[in-house]
Design a protein around this ligand. Structure first.
Ligand code: IPM
Ligand code: MN
Length: 370
C-alpha cells in the first residue's frame, strides 16, 4: 500500500474544529488498514499572521509543493479586517492556488435525501440533486492586473480590478468540464456574460471550438451567468456540470450549496495539470464554507463538508474510490439516523456537535466496512 503525504492546514475560525474530525478519520483509517497517510501540519491565514506576521510562510509553500495533497480548512474573520491587504488571511490561500497552478475547482452539490427538508427550496426541486460547479480558480478578476485604488486628488478615489482570460486558461478548465460530464450525464453548461464582457465573448468562443474539436459526443449548452443563477434556484436538476469563471463560480457555488441544505455540506477539490511523466497532479481539498467566526470555538460546526473534502482527496488524488464511497455512504447513514448539526436541523432530528457528528460518521464506516 502506497503512503500518501498530506499537508493539513486547519486555518481560522471553525477550520481547526472541522479539521480535528478529519484527523480522527485519518487516524482510524491508518489504524484499520484502510489507507496509509503521513501527515504534516501548517499555519495559513489569520493564525499565521498572528504567529509570523504573514498569511503564509515560504516553508509552508515548500511543504505544499512536496505534499501529495493539501487538506485545507478555512481562513479569515473580522479579527483581521485591519491587516494590510497583502497579508490578509485570504492571501495565503490565493497564493497556494495560484503558485501551485490549481486551476480546476470541482464543487459538487449533492442533496442527501435526508436533507431535502433543510433546503430553503421545495423538496421536489432539490431532492436527489447531483450537480457539479466547475470553477476556474487561478485567473480572472481574482488575479488580473492592474488591481489598484488610486487617489484622484479631488476627494475621489478610483478602484480598478481587471478581468483577464487567455485562450489556454479557458480551454484547460473546459476540458476538465467535458471530461467530468462524460463520466456522468454527459451534459456541460458553460456560463459567462458575453453580452457585456469581452472575456465572456472569448470564453464562449473557446468552449464552443473545443466542443467541436474534441467533445462532440457531450451535450454543450451556454447560459448567461445571471440567467444561469436564476435557473440554478428555479430547477437545478436541469444541470449536470456547470463550467464558469473564477468570480461567477465563487457566487454560483455558494448558491448551489444552499440547494443541498447548508453551506456546511459542500466539499471541493482544486486540481492542477496532470504531469505526463508521474501522472500526478497538484491538489488541494477544502470545504466551500468559510471560517464562520460567529460559531467558531463552540463545537457546533458541521464537519461534513470537511470530511467529504477528504473523501474527494481519496477519489481524485489517490485512486481510492472504494474508500471514498465508504465515507460518502457513512455520511448519508449518519444523516439517515437523524443526526444533525445545528445548521441542518429540522423537526424530529437530533442536534449534535462537531465531534459527535465526526464520531458518528466513523462509527457508520466501521459498521459498513465490517
Ligand atoms: C471560496 C472562498 C474564497 C474565494 C475566499 C476565502 C478567498 O470564498 O473558496 O469560495 O473567494 O475564493
Ligand atoms: Mn466563496
Amino acid at each position: 500500500m502506497a503512503t500518501h503525504k498530506l499537508l493539513l492546514v486547519p486555518g481560522d475560525g471553525i477550520g481547526p474544529e472541522v479539521m480535528a474530525e478529519v484527523k480522527r478519520l485519518i487516524a482510524w483509517m491508518n489504524e484499520h488498514g484502510l489507507g496509509r497517510f503521513d501527515t504534516d501540519e501548517a499555519l495559513v491565514g489569520g493564525c499565521c499572521y498572528d504567529a509570523h506576521g504573514v498569511s503564509i510562510q515560504e516553508e509552508t509553500m515548500a511543504k505544499a509543493r512536496a505534499a501529495d495533497a493539501i487538506i485545507f480548512g478555512s481562513v479569515g474573520g473580522p479579527k483581521w479586517d485591519k491587516v494590510p491587504y497583502e497579508q490578509r488571511p485570504e492571501a495565503g490561500l490565493l497564493r497556494l492556488r495560484k503558485e501551485l497552478g490549481m486551476f480546476a475547482n470541482i464543487r459538487p452539490a449533492i442533496c442527501y435525501p435526508a436533507l431535502a427538508e433543510s433546503s430553503s427550496l421545495k423538496r421536489d426541486v432539490v431532492d436527489g440533486l447531483d450537480i457539479i460547479i466547475l470553477r476556474e480558480l487561478t485567473g480572472g478578476v481574482y488575479f488580473g492586473e492592474p488591481k489598484t485604488i488610486t487617489d484622484l486628488g479631488n476627494g475621489q478615489k478610483r478602484a480598478v480590478d481587471t478581468q483577464v482570460y487567455d485562450t489556454y486558461e479557458i480551454e484547460r478548465v473546459a476540458r476538465v468540464g467535458f471530461e467530468l460530464a462524460r463520466k456522468r450525464r454527459n451534459k456541460l453548461t458553460s456560463m459567462e456574460k458575453r453580452n457585456v464582457m469581452k472575456t465572456g465573448v472569448l470564453w464562449n468562443e473557446v468552449v464552443t471550438a473545443l466542443h467541436a474539436r474534441e467533445f462532440k459526443d457531450v451535450e454543450l449548452e451556454h447560459q448567461l451567468a445571471d440567467a444561469g443563477g436564476m435557473q440554478l434556484v428555479r430547477w437545478p436538476k436541469q444541470f449536470d456540470v456547470i463550467v464558469t469563471d473564477n468570480l461567477f463560480g465563487d457566487m454560483l457555488s455558494d448558491v448551489a450549496a444552499m440547494l443541498t441544505g447548508s453551506l456546511g455540506m459542500l466539499p471541493s477539490a482544486s486540481l492542477g495539470e496532470t504531469d505526463p511523466k508521474t501522472r500526478k497532479r497538484r491538489a488541494l481539498y477544502e470545504p466551500v464554507h468559510g471560517s464562520a467566526p460567529d460559531i467558531a470555538g463552540k463545537g457546533a460546526a458541521n464537519p461534513i463538508a470537511m470530511i467529504a473534502s477528504f473523501a474527494m482527496a481519496l477519489r481524485y488524488s489517490f485512486g481510492m474510490g472504494k474508500e471514498a464511497d465508504l465515507i460518502d455512504q457513512a455520511i448519508a447513514a449518519a444523516l439517515a439516523k437523524g443526526l444533525r448539526t445545528a445548521d441542518i436541523k429540522s423537526d424530529g432530528t437530533t442536534v449534535v456537535g462537531t465531534r459527535d457528528m465526526g464520531e458518528a460518521i466513523i462509527g457508520e464506516m466501521a459498521r459498513l466496512a465490517a
